[in-house]
Design a protein around this ligand. Sequence first.
Ligand SMILES: [Zn+2]
Length: 280
Amino acid sequence: MSLPSHYSVIFSFRRSTSWVYSVLAQSVAVVLLLSTGCHVSQTKRPRPISEGSVQSLRLELPPSLEHERSEYESEVLKGLDEVANFFRSSGFELPSQKLIESVLVFDSSSKGREYMVREYGAPLKSIPETFSGTVEGRRLLLVSHESYREIWRKLYSEWPWTDKTYHQLIVHELAHRAHEAISISRFGSADAMGPPWFFEGLAVVCAGQFETDQPPMSREEMEKQVGLGRTPKASYPLYGRIVRSLVAEFGMKTLIPKASEQGFPEILWSNQVMHKPGKK
Ligand SMILES: [Zn+2]
């Protein structure tokens, strides 16, 4: 689905990433809003984002959720640490500038959608009714725990809701923001996040969503899904499974820098073949 022309300049660098930022939804309605840019500075010395930076996090809650402020706050802070650890363990220290400055929680999807229309001028119909969360610049937008639970029941009835499910939404969205920050600071552009199936799968893996005991997919299965530049039908469980399968074989450290290269993911196997003869 292409973007209306008047969006093309503002959202051009996010063209490929647009829909995904917002929803943990089955329908891949394209979400046009999204960040108008990200200002990750070129800092010299990376340091963990949790050091000092999250103290100033601004949390905006609807009055009905004020009594849960400390819970929301700790979920987000915990999520920030988890995301930093995830990327660090893959060899990518986050840029020192804080990932997010504020968190807005809506008590329903419709409130969140209205906000995005108002704030970013996105057409309402472009935002799925199951909108759950997104990161917009340094602002994390989330529906409430209870709203998300309802959305989850509708979309993922075969996946049980657990104590971790809401937290995983937070981590998923923060993972996108961290991935974007790393892509810009290390590779010069958010396009380095790679194809949607990859950066969505990465966020799913980072958040520990849709885990199963299925064995990794075979190379043939993966090529059928994402070979030759294919994008499979939008499915977070599938994207997660593909990325988990690739991680099992190559490691996230290899995948992140390769994700935006021409011929990804096939190049992974061709490199492997090329390198084999020299290996003991
Ligand atoms: Zn996502």
